[in-house]
Design a protein around this ligand. Structure first.
Ligand code: TNX
Length: 596
């Protein structure tokens, strides 16, 4: 795989995540002010994204036009144009695409709108960095006829894994919608296709739940979840003197998040963590505080006190109380109804330590029973339940014979098999290894988030001002240099859905901290999720990882141009956003000053 080529017409070409095959040729395409952008029906969102970037970043004056339908074949490439085509016959999988840049034009071709979105993300990396700057047009001059020289290239590309996720913990510290969408935009450019939202935990409840549709005998007042526990957050220890942020998403906000993610080709997985990590629910709803829960209601303390610390494992729901099931049924149903297209719901299940001490946690325990029941609620809506690796005991033994490839379980929600997906984070200890082995045998599918490689809330070096360190220092190479296959002994390639990076927010306050924890390390996760396995013999391995540092450097310049925050970690030859950046930035500042 060639990922770095110097062409006389362009600076070295780097694409991250590295494409499956990438040939660069000398003769590329010259993008003019007059170059048309033509798209085929079905690729609208790709065309709109590209047109906007070309306009804002390069000063391209036109807008995208739909290709005329010719006979029954819509659109063939048009000479001298930038063309986006849907080709259902293309055999690169649901997210694959090809990109051709020649003197005759640029053609992006994909079987689905998802592939077309990826093709555009790759093309953006072949254009000058200023294409990423919302004011990049100011870097050039208004009467430039040539906007860019795109290197000649033939790219065939498709991801290794279908699940390439990022989890954001908005429960410990809240992230307002616009800030969250800024993160979504940044990660979608890396071809990340899943946003997992950790919406509730001990310290806060971040999604509005109404009383609409409440069962007749259900007396919980769901509006209190956010009214009370939307106003709490992690407080101790306050990293850098700053307490966690409070707040919540209204249902309208949540729909906005869903729509934005959909336009970027991203699935949203809401997580309602249970039966532990429920301090915020027990703080808001007295009806949940029955004697079998971690807080028994008293006249002095009808609800659990607010939990603003960072110690985990103490809170739990009463596994036997009807009030618990009424609560879970209502909340889960409303969350699923908010997203009619949703495919998966995360039920947490992690760290049920105090509950396990009281009721046990293995198969047949009250923990497993409650979680199994919640899985059924989710499956009843045609969705696939997910749990953290502790939840393996909720994977029913009777699903053994149905150990069908879960691709189909996920792909056809109406037909969800009685299996679940497990997100593996803790690969320490024999008990969890045994659980994973059993779950794999029973047909579970796995999302890999090993904490040493994918927990981006860990510190990146000993001096990092943010981050926890219980899983050690997680530097850029730790984020890139691992393989989902083999990270859990009992879990083979065919049981793996993909990879996911997590940002827990014990130490993150707001969007800049989230970006700081995510980037550049997410560049590693994005490659682990997208690229083929590194060869085991070590030969190409060194080369590819070395190439990774150069891809990071090139990508960093693009993040700078886009205004995305990231850490200049050592080991990467970071660059400015462009050779003339200081000069251009000065001109840009002058232009801004003149306008205001
Ligand atoms: C473990 S990972 C947790 C979270 C913490 C995180 C901090 C998992 C399923 N549970 O509750 O926030 O560590 O790194």
């Amino acid at each position: 795989m060639e990922d770095t080529v110097v062409s006389p017409l362009s600076p070295p070409v780097h694409v991250l995540p590295a494409p499956r095959s990438f040939e660069v040729s000398e003769a590329g395409f010259t993008l003019l002010r007059t170059t048309p952008l033509l798209f085929q029906a079905g690729t609208e969102d790709s065309a709109v994204t590209l047109a906007q970037k070309l306009r804002d970043g390069l000063g391209w004056p036109s807008s995208a036009e739909r290709l005329p339908v010719v006979g029954n074949r819509a659109g063939a490439p048009v000479a001298g144009a930038l063309t986006l085509l849907l080709d259902p016959e293309q055999d690169l999988g649901p997210e694959g695409y090809t990109l051709d840049s020649t003197p005759e034009g640029i053609v992006l071709r994909a079987a689905t709108r998802l592939g077309a979105l990826h093709a555009v993300r790759t093309l953006l990396q072949l254009l000058p960095q200023r294409v990423m700057d919302p004011e990049g047009a100011l870097w050039g001059s208004a009467d430039d006829e040539v906007l860019a020289v795109v290197p000649g290239a033939h790219i065939e590309d498709a991801p290794r894994w279908s699940h390439r996720g990022v989890m954001i913990d908005v429960a410990r510290s809240f992230l307002p919608v616009d800030d969250l969408l800024r993160v979504v935009e940044a990660v979608s450019l890396l071809k990340i296709n899943v946003l997992h939202l950790h919406l509730v935990d001990d310290q806060g409840w971040r999604l509005e739940i109404t009383n609409e549709g409440r069962a007749e005998d259900d007396t919980h007042d769901y509006t209190q979840l956010t009214e009370v526990s939307g106003r709490t957050a992690v407080a101790l220890p306050a990293w850098n003197g700053r307490p966690g942020r409070t707040g919540w998403y209204t249902q309208e906000d949540y729909r906005r998040i869903l729509a934005f993610c959909h336009s970027r080709g991203m699935e949203v997985i809401p997580e309602i963590d249970l039966p532990g990590h429920v301090g915020a629910a027990l703080h808001a709803l007295p009806g949940l505080c029955t004697p079998g829960s971690s807080h028994t209601s008293t006249p002095e303390e009808p609800t659990a006190p607010a939990d603003c610390g960072i110690v985990v494992g103490y809170s739990y729901l009463d596994p036997h109380a009807p009030a618990t099931r009424a609560f879970l049924r209502h909340v889960l149903t409303q969350v699923m109804d908010l997203d009619p297209e949703g495919r998966r719901v995360h039920l947490g299940g992690d760290e049920p330590w105090a509950m396990a001490d009281r009721y046990g946690a293995g198969p047949g325990s009250a923990y497993a029973e409650l979680l199994t029941w919640a899985c059924e609620v989710v499956r009843g809506h045609g969705r696939v339940p997910i749990g953290w690796n502790e939840a393996w005991s909720a994977q029913p033994a009777q699903s053994l014979p149905s150990a069908q490839p879960a691709q189909s379980a996920v792909g056809t929600p109406g037909d969800a098999a009685a299996s679940m997906q497990l997100q593996v984070w803790d690969v320490r200890g024999e008990e969890s290894a045994e659980g994973q082995r059993l779950a794999a045998e029973r047909g579970a599918r796995f999302i890999m988030s090993p904490s040493r490689h994918a927990y981006l809330d860990m510190i990146w070096d000993a001096q990092a001002p943010l981050g926890l360190d219980w899983a050690g220092v997680l530097d850029l190479s730790a984020a890139r240099d691992w393989d989902p296959v083999g990270s859990v002994e009992a879990v083979g390639e065919s049981s793996i859905e993909g990879v996911e990076a997590t940002v827990w927010s014990e130490t993150a306050r707001g969007v800049e901290d989230v970006e700081t924890l995510l980037l550049p390390r997410l560049l590693g996760t994005a490659e682990v999720g997208w690229c083929q396995a590194l060869p085991e013999d070590g030969s190409e391995r060194a080369l590819t990882l070395d190439g990774f540092a150069h891809r990071c450097a090139a990508y960093g310049a693009r993040m700078r141009a886009a205004g995305t925050r990231f850490v200049l970690v050592p080991g990467v030859p970071w660059r400015q956003a462009g050779p003339d950046y200081p000069k251009v930035a000065a001109e840009q500042d002058a232009a801004r000053a003149a306008r205001s």
